[in-house]
Design a protein around this ligand. Structure first.
Ligand code: MG
Ligand code: ZN
Length: 362
């Protein structure tokens, strides 16, 4: 009898172990992602995230991500970074001077993760609620020591094989001082040019240049609508046509501008919108199983603090230290294959290095 009890006990121990490899899960659980979706909340510190969390009454996509860390953001020449140097650290793994885009402190061009992905046959994309030529998206595709040379930055879009870009900035392509018409050049290279996302046919579009405003997109409370979550979903579904995988950077640009304006309501509205875009990325990643999603910021803006509020009502009372960026560490959230490597306190340049390693690029 004892023998039977023993073997019964053994079976109950062994059987679950045998079936632990979840037979319903067809996707192989690789540590290496096929796709990386990097979402940057410009100027998004922990108070900005928590303001969004409060406004959403405690139900937030970003704060539901399983892996968390911090990023140290100082630039090559300043304790407090701008979005050019902050973006370049994330896009190239090199700290550069404030104002620089995709170049080192001596002005030498650096290969960005987007360019490395292109070279390796992956599809690539950029989505932004600012002009697509503005510092954060520009850091992934352009090379200049002067971030305000928007017409030069637009030219750099034609020097890569980027598949999808969505944002503002039409005038840097169409209404230029040098009278070049970059819209025609983009068309000649097979891009579908959209001024409205409604005009895009997902099935027939493989290359998309969606320039939805002359300059920056309007702020969410002034008519931008669901552009960022919609653009996120659209860009991902176009890029996912490539079996080799993709890299995309998606920016919630105007969290920063709410900080510069010391406008807590502006920050909250932009945070909620950005979180909805993160939700679209996570929805895809959860279905796909081979996609790493990273959410972080280039720096904090405003020295924003929360001095009152209520999760139940979704209200916050904000306070600010300054109308500029601050030096504080910014949060990092990650989900998917390789996400665990983003835990702890890391340098902003490490985020690039980890992505390159996980992709297996040189
Ligand atoms: Mg930006
Ligand atoms: Zn700023």
């Amino acid at each position: 009898m004892r023998k039977y009890i023993l073997s019964f006990l053994l079976l109950t121990l062994i059987v679950p172990v045998l079936f632990a490899g979840n037979p319903g899960d067809k996707k192989k659980k690789s540590k290496h992602p096929k796709n990386i979706i990097l979402l940057i909340g410009d100027g998004m510190g922990t108070a900005q995230v928590y303001a969004g969390y409060t406004a959403k009454k405690g139900i937030m996509n970003i704060t539901g991500m399983p892996v968390t860390g911090f990023s140290v953001t100082y630039s090559a020449n300043d304790y407090i970074t701008d979005s050019g140097a902050g973006g370049t650290a994330l896009s190239t793994g090199v700290k550069t001077k404030n104002g620089s885009i995709g170049v080192d402190s001596s002005g030498k061009p650096l290969e960005t993760i987007l360019e490395k992905a292109e070279k390796s046959g992956l599809s690539t994309g950029l989505v932004s609620t600012s002009s697509i030529t503005h510092a954060t998206p520009a850091s992934f595709i352009a090379h200049t020591a002067n971030r305000s040379k928007y017409s030069d930055i637009a030219l750099d879009f034609l020097k890569t094989d980027i598949d999808v870009f969505i944002g503002g900035g039409y005038k840097d392509f169409a209404k230029r001082a040098d009278s070049l018409n970059l819209i025609d050049s983009l068309k000649a290279r097979g891009y579908f040019i959209a001024r409205d996302l409604k005009d895009v046919n997902l099935k027939s579009t493989d290359r998309l240049a969606a320039l939805l405003a002359d300059e920056h997109m309007p702020q969410i409370s002034k008519g931008r609508g669901n552009m960022l979550p919609d653009a996120t979903e659209m860009a991902i579904s176009i890029l996912d046509k490539n079996d080799k995988g993709f890299f995309i950077m998606i920016e919630g640009s105007q969290i920063d501008w709410g900080g510069h304006a010391n406008d807590a309501a502006y920050i909250v509205d932009e945070m909620v919108d950005f979180d909805n875009a993160v939700g679209k990325a996570l929805e895809f990643a959860k279905k796909d199983g081979e996609t790493l999603v990273i959410v972080t910021a280039d720096h904090e803006t405003g020295g924003f603090g929360l001095i009152g509020g209520s999760i139940a009502s979704g209200d916050i009372q904000g306070a600010f230290l300054i109308k500029d960026h601050t030096a504080t560490m910014v949060p990092v959230f990650a989900y998917g294959p390789g996400s665990k490597t983003f835990t702890g306190v890391q340098d902003n340049t490490d985020i690039f290095k980890k992505c390159v390693k996980l992709f297996g690029f040189k």
